[in-house]
Design a protein around this ligand. Structure first.
Ligand SMILES: *[C@@H]1O[C@H](CO)[C@@H](O)[C@H](O)[C@H]1NC(C)=O
Ligand SMILES: *[C@@H]1O[C@H](CO)[C@@H](O)[C@H](O)[C@H]1NC(C)=O
Ligand SMILES: *[C@@H]1O[C@H](CO)[C@@H](O)[C@H](O)[C@H]1NC(C)=O
Ligand SMILES: *[C@@H]1O[C@H](CO)[C@@H](O)[C@H](O)[C@H]1NC(C)=O
Ligand SMILES: *[C@@H]1O[C@H](CO)[C@@H](O)[C@H](O)[C@H]1NC(C)=O
Length: 700
């Protein structure tokens, strides 16, 4: 995505020296479709060249915004797609007087796909005070170089070497004839005299909001060492055919309010400063509204033998009228049509799962350092739903559950009053785009109705000679919460069996004559183990899974070597605790890294196979470090110019530039096969034996 400072600089240059109404708003758009589609020029059919169609984060705006995709023709004659770095749409208050909203059904195209040269003769309308200007100035390019800013050019820059990518800009017609919603020759609209400002011609007296797109092409991520050529998807090697399309899909009332109030005077570009847009903003639209499967059955990314469609590269200056080569259309998936995501109401929204149901409790603050629900947990980046989480927690005997960050599930037995606002639980569930599953550090919490009501009393206790653990009556819910020995930072789970030949906790071990519950708890907390326990007075074990079952409380009756008022298990019996500070390891979806001269972000890709002895997956650079973290590995790979990075076996880091060459994906989320925590940070996963946790540099 764009840096705001650059965009702002641009806007200031555009408006300099002009009497303008310079209020505006700016929206991020996410890709909704990639392929040869063009709902204006070829509705319902295959279009001439590949477009990238984007939709905005404002949910009341169902408009579609699209522009051509970009390719690189390699010296060997093949083509490779250029990663797209995002689209920003500006609604600007320009021209004279107050703009009218785009009417329902309105659509328009700016630019001409067949042009291959700068047209200096077709001019905008103008008068003495508002000189006309070549219409061709509607499109421009900026080779982004933070170190040495380059000027904008009407076609592609002569040297396509842009360290931070290439930005295309397209201005739209802001003058409407007031009658026609669309005419295929675009004569229903006209440009302002100055293209980005000025006056409307008398034939097109109705002023519309001024639309302006910034489109980012990550040409810096393409290997150009073979001396190939960049081109638009229609084969244009000059850039003069740049065009943008707009199909109005606004909720009329929301658009009218925003045009009235946010283009007028207070617009700052920030959605939060425009109340009606703020209300409709989905800050998680990137993950809540994912790209839809291609509607045209052809390959558009990766290495291609030809440009999709019948497009031949052309350098002009003669126009190159396009034609449409057929391709098969895929039947659209209509399963989600007409559905909307409902915000749940505490106490009122009830969902069924299995033979039970859960009642919504609210949105809660949560953090990796202090979990609100400390029972079992799991993560699933594909199929998480309220129902799967509820089923999981119920099967573990818990009565409260919560979903977080779209794909995480946490269980517990108690929860206080909701302490976050509902809008913070704004991420759609990975396995159900029409329900909410928390947010970053926010839990959508539910209580299981049947389990919560079955409170029972049981009688049990570790029988002991010491002062604290005398027989007592314990109250518990159907999830067996056991009261017993207490140690700060942990919950007592009960007395569990253990054998020398098959240990119940296998992650950590120490043996000391001065062992206490506190020393064992401290070791488990420091090493981030979920469970720990003391046995035979002196032994401390810790691990993340319990491989045995509970046994009679009386088996745990030995005093701790280091504190005779505490119980430290017994013979083949372990006093089992759960670490309340345990942090579920997870792979952050996006990690920012810095080298001495630049910054970048890496996305989590998944867990892959990778075996020593065979050819490694990422081969170009590797190192081992006893304090390995994902961040350490990504920084090392980024500093050396590698787009791919992976951690393995807790302390190994591998880098590569060509992507995954030999590995096969085994998981794309959760702790599946990549189940080793990083040596330097036990809250992150760092692969496992023959398993690599892979990250890839993002498009911008
Ligand atoms: C789609 O386009 C092809 C090629 O231009 C044409 O032959 C066909 O009739 C079109 N189909 C529809 C449904 O318009
Ligand atoms: C317009 O372009 C043509 C062809 O490049 C050139 O000969 C002519 O001088 C240009 N006219 C102006 C006004 O720049
Ligand atoms: C919010 O509620 C949870 C669950 O009751 C609790 O663990 C957490 O400390 C609370 N946080 C704040 C900031 O109030
Ligand atoms: C999760 O979803 C994937 C893809 O939809 C499916 O193949 C897989 O079987 C699902 N896994 C479970 C455990 O439901
Ligand atoms: C010994 O254990 C008891 C009970 O947990 C605790 O109150 C006491 O502070 C401990 N003594 C020392 C010296 O740690």
């Amino acid at each position: 995505m764009a840096t705001i400072s650059l965009s702002m600089t641009r806007l200031l240059t555009l408006v300099a020296g002009f009497r303008v109404v310079d209020a505006f708003w700016r929206m991020d758009c996410g890709v909704i479709q990639l392929g040869r589609v063009d709902p204006i020029i070829t509705p319902g059919n295959v279009s001439g060249h590949v477009h990238i169609v984007a939709g905005p984060n404002i949910q009341a705006d169902k408009s579609a915004y699209w522009t051509p995709y970009m390719y690189y023709k390699r010296a060997d004659g093949t083509f490779v797609n250029v990663p797209q770095g995002g689209l920003i749409v500006y609604y600007l208050g320009r021209g004279q007087g107050k703009a009218t909203s785009f009417p329902p059904g309105f659509q328009m195209v700016s630019g001409n796909p067949s042009l291959r040269a700068y047209d200096n003769s077709t001019m905008t309308y103008g008068d003495v005070n508002n000189p006309s200007r070549p219409v061709a100035d509607r499109a421009s390019f900026n080779c982004i170089n933070y170190a040495t800013p380059a000027p904008e050019t009407p076609g592609f820059p002569t040297i396509m070497d842009c360290p931070q990518g290439l930005r295309a800009q397209i201005q739209f017609q802001s003058c409407w004839d007031g009658v026609n919603l669309y005419k295929s020759d675009q004569s229903h609209v006209a440009y302002l005299s100055q293209v980005d400002n000025g006056i409307c011609p008398p034939t097109h007296p109705v002023l519309l909001p001024h639309l302006f797109y910034e489109v980012y092409y990550s040409i810096d991520q393409v290997d150009t060492s073979d001396g190939g050529k960049f081109m638009l998807a229609n084969g244009d090697m000059t850039g003069y055919s740049y065009h943008g399309d707009f199909m109005n899909g606004w909720d009329p009332a929301v658009q009218a309010d925003a045009v009235q109030n946010c283009l007028a005077s207070t617009g700052s570009g920030t959605i939060d400063d425009c109340p009606v847009l703020k209300d409709s903003n989905d800050p998680q639209s990137g993950s809540n509204c994912p790209q839809q499967p291609a509607l045209v059955d052809e390959q558009t990314t990766g290495i291609l033998s030809a440009l999709p469609g019948c497009n031949t590269p052309s350098a002009g200056p003669a126009p190159a009228p396009g034609k449409v080569c057929p391709a098969k259309l895929v039947a659209p998936n209509t399963a989600m049509d007409g559905q909307t995501r409902q915000v749940p109401t505490p106490g009122k929204t009830i969902v069924a799962f299995g033979s039970d149901s859960a009642t919504y409790k609210g949105c809660y603050v949560d953090s990796t350092g202090a979990r609100a629900l400390v029972g079992a947990s799991y993560a699933d980046a594909n199929n998480m739903t309220t129902q799967t989480c509820g089923t999981f927690c119920q099967s573990k005997g818990f009565s409260v559950f919560g979903t977080e960050y779209a794909g995480e599930c946490y269980c517990g037995n108690t929860i206080a009053t909701a302490n976050a606002t509902q809008s913070e639980c704004s991420m759609a569930c990975k396995g159900d785009l029409f329900s909410y599953c928390g947010g970053p550090d926010r839990l959508s919490v539910w209580t299981i109705s049947s389990a919560a009501s079955s409170t029972t009393s049981i009688s049990s206790a570790p029988s002991t000679t010491s002062s604290k653990q005398t027989t007592s009556t314990l109250t518990t819910t159907s999830a067996t919460t056991v009261v017993g020995p207490t140690v700060s930072g942990a919950d007592y789970l009960g007395c569990y069996s253990d054998t020398v030949s098959s240990r119940t906790l296998t992650g950590y071990y120490s043996n000391s004559g001065s062992q206490t519950l506190d020393t064992c708890a401290a070791a488990a907390i420091a090493n981030n183990y979920r469970y720990f326990g003391v046995e035979y007075g002196s032994e401390c074990f810790a691990g993340n899974t319990i491989a045995s079952s509970a046994r009679s409380g009386s088996s745990c009756s030995m005093k701790c070597g280091g504190n005779s008022s505490q119980i430290c298990g017994g013979s083949n019996a372990i006093s089992m605790f759960q670490n309340k500070a345990f942090i579920v390891a997870s792979n952050k979806q996006l990690i920012s890294v810095k080298s001495t001269s630049a910054a970048a972000s890496y996305n989590y890709v998944g867990c892959y196979t990778d075996a020593a002895g065979t050819k490694r997956t990422l081969t170009e650079y590797s190192f081992t470090d006893g304090s390995m973290t994902v961040e350490m590995c990504l920084t090392a790979c980024f500093s050396r110019g590698f787009s791919w990075a992976g951690t393995e076996y807790a302390n190994e880091c591998y880098c590569g530039s060509g992507g995954i060459s030999n590995g096969a994906i085994v998981a794309s989320g959760g702790d599946g096969d990549c189940s080793m925590r990083c040596a330097g940070d036990r809250t992150e996963w760092c692969g496992a034996g023959s398993r690599i946790t892979v990250y890839k540099k993002t498009a911008t």
